[in-house]
Design a protein around this ligand. Structure first.
Ligand code: KIV
Length: 271
């Protein structure tokens, strides 16, 4: 299967074609210039400037404290780095719930001030008015259903969502609502694989999973988790592709030892 590197620019249209052709979509979070450059050059299809920046960049316990200004700062750093992938930015908590006008003005600020290509909103029918208003301004919207971390205090736990019939039925109906409203893709987080596969079959837009099995159209992971920079977070769905926590720590330990022993800098490393 092609890695799609021949595509010069990933657009929402390209993603739709990938779903039709059965080519899986790769997505990772990214929050800063240097990492975004590496990820884009590696050929990732989508960088999500996730509000998980609140956790992995700022050290907050939840995604809720991050502000719109901070999201715009992260998004514009990523945009300056990339040349190929699509960049999607989370609308942070408090900017879209219950006020569709504020949702639109937040989305416009993200698009204008960062140069991002699309926004992502968490939720289904309860935020449909916000989604429709943003779409009416020509801004592409990615939906997010299942475990929606901005609502963590409502759920009370980060366990798998939609295991019960009623919640599963609502999730399917929300996915269809998002599709008919005009969303270009949907993220499904931490739900049973069978349910995610059913949603991916029943909607025509790409469905990207995190902890949702491989019956969907693509996968997303938080970059710091898959690179092993965070090491205390180990959900079952996470595959680590590197152990950068240990590698970085060892490099820093070696540097400290070299500085203390006067080994660094040596004659060749000075003027
Ligand atoms: O903010 C984020 O990183 C996300 C992903 C987990 C999908 O929304």
């Amino acid at each position: 299967m092609s890695v799609h590197k021949d595509i010069k620019r990933v657009t929402t249209h390209v993603l739709q074609e990938m779903k039709f052709r059965g080519e899986k979509i790769s997505m990772l979070t990214g929050y800063d210039f240097s990492m975004a450059k590496i990820i884009d050059n590696a050929g990732i299809d989508i960088i999500l400037v996730g509000d998980s920046a609140s956790n992995v960049m700022a050290g907050h316990e939840t995604t809720r404290p991050i502000t719109l200004d901070q999201m715009i700062y992260h998004a514009s750093s990523v945009i300056r780095a990339i040349s190929r992938c699509l960049v999607v930015v989370d609308l942070p908590f408090g900017t879209d719930q219950g006020n569709s006008k504020e949702a639109l003005s937040s989305a416009i600020r993200i698009m204008k001030e960062s140069g991002a290509h699309a926004v992502k909103l968490e939720g289904g029918d309860e935020i449909l008015e916000s989604i429709k208003r943003i779409l009416s301004a020509g801004i592409p919207v990615m939906g997010h259903l299942g475990l929606t971390p901005q609502s963590i205090y409502k759920f009370g736990t980060y366990t798998v969502r939609a295991k019960e019939k009623e919640e599963a039925a609502k999730l399917i109906s929300d996915a269809k609502l998002l599709e008919s409203a005009g969303c270009f893709a949907i993220v499904l987080e931490k739900i049973p694989a069978k349910l995610a596969e059913k949603v991916a079959k029943e909607v025509k837009i790409p469905v990207i999973g995190i902890g949702a099995g491989n019956g969907v159209d693509g996968q997303v992971l938080v970059m710091h988790d898959m690179l092993g920079i965070t090491h205390e977070f180990s959900p079952r769905f996470l595959r680590r592709y590197a152990n950068l926590y240990d590698e970085i720590k060892l490099a820093v330990e070696n540097y400290i030892a070299d500085v203390k022993s006067l080994d660094f800098p040596n004659k060749k490393e000075q003027y």
